[in-house]
Design a protein around this ligand. Structure first.
Ligand code: ACO
Length: 380
């Protein structure tokens, strides 16, 4: 049928009914299961937010304690997955290593997830627990170092930093990582979440679902943007208004996208960027500022004048990279950190999808030629 309307990028086309995340991009309102992101990032922890997303309610104290204990127990990954990571080329992107390791997990933990709610819960908890372990292990193995065993006495965010660096982070840094994970944990029907729901709708196992979502998140128009932001800020010679203005005007004149700006949903500043920016300031006050932050704030000012009227403002990725760099994290691990957080959101959508599943099978607008006559090779 050629007379059907077509919406590139499926913009504004609902792909599911969902109660996981509420988003009103015209006023910058973001809520997980009805709780404002500002409140969750101030009063909650990543573990509690993961429970909220996955199971639809705030946990009681015993529920959270038991979920947290399951997460801590499941932090260890199979030694054969570590062996597999050791065989990958160290120059490869960590998102590819994560995707491969997560897909391989399906071979170690097979089962019938659709009919077995207990198995499904086990997979979900294991995936949330294992993502940081895989990313930290790869972050070390590629440098020729041994992976570090998880510390059961540390929270999810602090333990990730410990497994990556070998040092227990000081409380403000651990808190900042925890908040960054909360802010990235879920964001409605974005590309990687859609990917998770599509893969899940075929009744694929949850490891295949998570691996597919990691692949989708890796692109520079999605999770990969936080890495791009840092490269871009480093191109700007200094933070003087005239320098930054000239750089931005030149990029915009060439119709190049400026990473960390713009969002399909938000027409105002992304509320997550506002929260991360405030946290960055606290970290910089304590640990010293970075010239990139000054360049970034000036770029935000100039962009508001140049393209604010089009609704293009900083998104969550704009400040996350600067913050992670200050924590000493290599820039190609920024997107894997996004995945460590977002896995909870993907799996919340998977559980919701499976509650009332119908396999995704959209239509298309046909633009080709039909009924063509086959021409034999010698006559082409
Ligand atoms: N820099 C400059 N111009 C921009 C930007 C930007 N970052 N984003 C959008 N625009 C302009 C476009 O050029 C276009 O202008 P036009 O109407 O004059 O042609 C208009 O705004 C609409 O842009 P689209 O690309 O159609 O918007 P879409 O909703 O498809 O894309 C996206 C959203 C992909 C996020 C886009 O803004 C972008 O590429 N941003 C940079 C990459 C980035 O930061 N991605 C992270 C997104 S957040 C996340 O995934 C966590």
């Amino acid at each position: 049928m050629t007379d059907q309307p077509y919406f590139p990028g499926l913009a504004n086309v609902p792909a599911a009914e969902s109660s996981v995340c509420y988003l009103d991009g015209s006023i910058g309102k973001l809520q997980y299961r009805g709780y404002p992101i500002e409140v969750l990032s101030e009063k909650s922890t990543y573990e509690e937010v993961a429970y909220l997303l996955l199971f639809g309610k705030l946990p009681t104290r015993p529920e959270l304690e038991s979920f947290d204990a399951e997460l801590r127990r499941d932090r260890t990954i199979k030694f054969r997955i570590i062996d597999m990571l050791k065989l990958l080329p160290e120059s490869g992107h960590p998102m590819d290593a994560l995707s491969a390791a997560v897909a391989a997990m399906g071979m170690f933990y097979p089962g019938d997830h659709v009919n077995d709610r207990a198995f499904l819960r086990e997979c979900v908890v294991r995936l949330v627990a294992n993502f940081p372990t895989v990313v930290a292990a790869w972050g070390r193995i590629r440098n020729g170092d041994d992976a570090i065993r998880a510390r059961p006495d540390l929270g999810h965010a602090a333990n990730f930093l410990y497994m990556l660096t070998g040092e227990e982070p000081e409380p403000l840094i651990a808190h900042t990582m925890d908040v960054a994970l909360i802010l990235h944990a879920e964001h409605q029907m974005n590309a990687s979440t859609f990917s998770a729901r599509v893969t899940g709708s075929s009744l694929a196992d949850p490891y295949a679902v998570a691996s597919a979502a990691v692949g989708t998140l890796s692109g520079p128009l999605h999770g990969g943007a936080n890495e791009e932001v840092l490269k871009m800020l480093r191109e700007i010679p200094d933070g003087k208004p005239s320098t930054v203005r000239a750089w931005a005007e030149d990029r915009l004149a060439r119709k190049d996208k400026i990473s960390g700006f713009g969002h399909r949903e938000y027409k105002v500043k992304d509320p997550r960027a506002t929260i991360l920016q405030k946290l960055s300031q606290r970290v910089f006050e304590k640990h010293g500022s970075t010239p990139l932050y000054d360049v970034a704030t000036e770029l935000e000012r100039q962009m508001a004048e140049l393209v604010g009227h089009k609704g293009i403002y900083p998104n969550v990725d704009f400040y996350s990279g600067i913050l992670y760099e200050k924590m000493g994290i290599p820039s190609d691990l920024f997107t894997p950190i996004f995945a460590i957080a977002r896995v909870a959101g993907w799996l919340a959508h998977l559980l919701e999808q499976l509650e009332n599943n119908r396999i995704f099978r959209p239509s298309q607008v046909w633009t080709g030629k039909a009924d063509r006559e086959f021409v034999t090779m010698d006559k082409r």
